[in-house]
Design a protein around this ligand. Structure first.
Ligand code: GRF
Length: 201
């Protein structure tokens, strides 16, 4: 299954996917291309180093969200993409885009959804005072961070944590969780029934 990874930042989750692919842990998933919504980010350098097509598509270069998504769809079709992984992609995709890849778009979020959706999830968790947070891989639906949950991992919040230390601890779990979920997706093992996702044997 040919996969596009959409990014906007440093791309440590992308790196985890690239490493998994090079070790045969993503099969039958293949990373076909990487698309960034921001120029010059670390994720683009990681993609290039791994020999992957690395494109920048900034929404600022398009007059509307629809035109941005048309350009994105055109790029994905050029690389014969069949599934999309959002790995720190900071744009909200419209229902029109989502409908082009039904049950084939997944996202990773740095909290145990439905707690702390949206931006700054680690800061939200620290502010709330939870003792456990984590990360969630979920199908993408029109509601931001609201799609059916595929897999989650819990991470403790330590008394002296700040956003940086907590972010790092969560990222370590993200890097194990995302390649696993992508492999399940690529091998057709994810069965979604409404909000419930079953991982087939
Ligand atoms: C991760 O924390 C991910 O959960 C969130 O954005 C961050 C991306 O980090 N959606 P990176 O670019 O993969 O390092």
């Amino acid at each position: 299954m040919r996969i596009a990874v959409l990014v906007s930042g440093s791309g440590t989750n992308l790196q985890a996917l690239l490493d998994a692919e090079s070790q045969g842990r993503l099969l039958p998933g293949v990373i076909a291309c990487v698309v960034s919504s921001k120029a010059g980010v670390g994720a683009l350098a990681r993609a290039t180093l791994a020999g992957k097509p690395a494109l920048t598509l900034s929404h600022r270069d398009f007059a509307s969200r629809e035109l941005f998504e048309e350009a994105l769809l055109a790029a994905l079709s050029e690389y014969q993409v069949e599934a999309v992984v959002l790995a720190g992609f900071m744009r909200v995709l419209t229902p029109y885009f989502l409908a082009r890849f039904p049950d084939r778009i997944i996202n990773i979020h740095p909290a145990l959804l439905p707690a702390f959706p949206g931006v700054d999830a680690q800061r939200q968790a620290l502010h709330y005072g939870v003792k456990i947070t984590g990360c969630t891989v979920h199908f993408v639906s029109p509601e931001v961070d609201g799609g059916a949950i595929i897999v989650q991992a819990a991470v403790p919040v330590e008394p002296d944590d700040d956003v940086a230390t907590l972010t790092q601890r969560i990222l370590q779990r993200e890097h194990r969780l995302l390649p696993l979920a992508v492999r399940w997706l690529a091998s057709g093992r994810l069965l979604r029934q409404g909000r419930h996702v079953r991982v087939l044997p």
